[in-house]
Design a protein. Sequence first.
Length: 274
Amino acid sequence: MGKEGVLSDLIPVGGGSINEAYAFTYAGSKYFLKVNRAKRFPGMFAVEAKGLGLLASNSSLVVPKVVHAAIRDEEQYLVLEFLERRSEDGEFFHGLGKGLAELHKHTNERFGLDHSNYIGSLPQDNTQKTSWNEFFICNRMEPLLKQAMDEGKLPATSRKNFESLFRKLDEVFPMEKPALLHGDLWSGNKMSAVNGPCIFDPAVYYGHREVDIAMTQLFGGFTSDFYRGYNDTFALEKGLEERISVFNLYPLLVHTVLFGSGYAQDVLATIRRF
C-alpha cells in the first residue's frame, strides 16, 4: 500500500449481502476492505476498481479512491480509502443531483462499455451497441428474462408480454446520447461524505441517463432537492414519470433472479400495463 506500518483496528462493517466488509487502520490511515470468493465472482473487484476510476475521472462527486485490488489464494479483495459519513441535508441532495447531471454529460459513441462487470452479484453484459433500444433488449432484458423463466421465477407466458413491450420501445424512450452511468444508483450506494456528495458500488456503463434517475425512485431515499439539482444542470425530457417503470424493469429482474417472487409480481404488473 505504498508505506510500511502495522495493521490494526480491524472492525467488521455491515450493510452488504455479497461481500465481507471491514474498516481497518494501517500506518496511521483508515481504509475500507471488501472480501469475497474469487471463484464465485470472477474479476468482480477488478472491474469495480475500473468503474470507480471511470467515475472519479469524469465526475465532481466524491468517489472512494482505490488503494489496492488483488486475489490471494481463493479470495479476492478490494481496499478503498475510508470516507467518514455525515448527515444528508438539502444541500447534500442538491449537490448530488448536480454532480450526477454533470457525470451524465460525459458521452460515448456507443451504448455499453469496453468491458463487462457486475450489478450486485450478477454478471452484467456491456457489449456495445449503437442503439439504446437494442442494448436495453439484448444486454439487459433478454438475459435476465431467460434466467428468471428457466429458474421458474417468471411464467413462460410472460415472454409474450415482454415482446409486446419491446415493439413499443421507440414510443417509450426519448432519443438520448449515451451517458456515463453509475448503473446501480439506489439509496444505499450514495452518502454524504465530509468532503461532499459521494457515490460508490457502481455498475458503470454508457446508457440512457434516465436509467440512473429511475433507479433513485425504485427504493426511495432521494429528496426533491436532488431532482431540482439535476434538472437545473441537465434538464430531463418531459414524461419521465411514465417511463420510470420501464427503466426499472432491469433492476426488478435482477432482484427477481436473486430473491424471487415478490419482485416478480412487480415485473409482471409493469409489463401488463404496457
